[in-house]
Design a binder for this molecule. Structure first.
Ligand SMILES: NC(=O)c1ccc[n+]([C@@H]2O[C@H](COP(=O)([O-])OP(=O)(O)OC[C@H]3O[C@@H](n4cnc5c(N)ncnc54)[C@H](O)[C@@H]3O)[C@@H](O)[C@H]2O)c1
Length: 245
């Protein structure tokens, strides 16, 4: 007997999916058969290779250049997506940045709100759901970036607020709080991906750094019917560091 998450016929929107965790999440939806829609700030020509790779695995994702901190643009883009695709089943609020206080708040907290509100009427029609990427660093305090942890705590609080508010409309809202997932930023900080892997082999309870695909699998699960009774749940994905590390 096999068990497979099938998202054929569904439309999944992933913000900040030009690279990193967002790209891995977008790939999961493509592989599950969904029409995937990517929002990011780069020009489409910068992710043509990725879009071509995705087309070889399923439906080619649609791309919208959109700064999620621009409320009017976000509203316009979600109207366009609904017009083009006919429906929106899933929103993954993944885009996030490390920046100054104002920009961090604009993107990490307010951008999550803008996208959720813009998707809400379409999600309501199909009893859809939202996944929000917060961070395990909001519990530990992280290291040296107060504006990041504070504004990601904002996205955690929004997960709770939206779960309660949108549940009345049949929309589930859940979150993921990752820590130490391989990224360009981490590789730059340690000098190379290899150096990151060596370092975290020693310090993580599971003996390894997380991969974007680890988080993508959780996003796919949370947004699928397998998680139909989860609402207002934030899964900490940190290789066991917080609880047993
Ligand atoms: N990598 C980790 O270890 C880690 C840990 C905890 C939480 N997270 C969270 O996971 C998410 C993805 O992290 P990542 O490591 O893949 O980051 P990343 O920097 O590799 O990718 C973030 C993406 O968001 C896009 N983006 C930035 N600002 C945007 C805006 N205003 N509008 C639209 N798109 C925008 C970027 O262009 C980029 O493609 C973020 O929310 C991050 O806070 C990551």
């Amino acid at each position: 007997m096999s068990c497979k998450i099938d998202m054929e016929g569904m439309v999944a929107v992933v913000t900040g999916a030009a690279q990193g965790i967002g790209a891995a999440i977008a790939a999961k939806y493509v592989q599950a058969g969904a029409q995937t829609v990517i929002l990011d700030v780069c020009g489409e020509e910068e992710i043509l290779d990725f879009l071509n790779q995705m087309e070889a695995q399923g439906k080619r994702p649609l791309y919208y250049r959109c700064d999620i901190s621009d409320e009017d643009k976000v509203a316009e883009v979600f109207r366009n997506i609904a017009d083009t695709c006919g429906r929106i089943d899933i929103l993954v609020n993944n885009a996030g940045i490390v920046s100054d206080w104002n920009k961090s708040y604009e993107v990490n907290t307010k951008g999550t709100w803008y996208c959720s509100e813009a998707a809400r009427p379409y999600l309501k029609k199909v009893s859809g759901n939202i996944v929000i990427l917060t961070s395990a660093s909001i519990f530990s305090g992280g290291t040296g970036i107060p504006q990041y942890v504070a504004t990601k705590a904002g996205s955690y609080a929004l997960t709770m607020f939206l779960a309660r508010e949108y549940a009345k409309e049949g929309i589930r809202v859940n979150g993921i709080a990752p820590a130490v997932i391989m990224s360009k930023m981490l590789a730059t900080r340690f000098g190379s991906e290899q150096a990151v892997r060596e370092h975290y082999k020693q310090v993580m309870p599971l003996g390894k750094v997380g991969e974007p695909e680890d988080i993508a699998n959780i996003a796919l699960f949370l947004s699928s019917s397998m998680a139909s009774y989860l609402c207002g749940e934030v899964l900490i994905a940190d290789g066991g560091r917080m609880h047993i590390g």
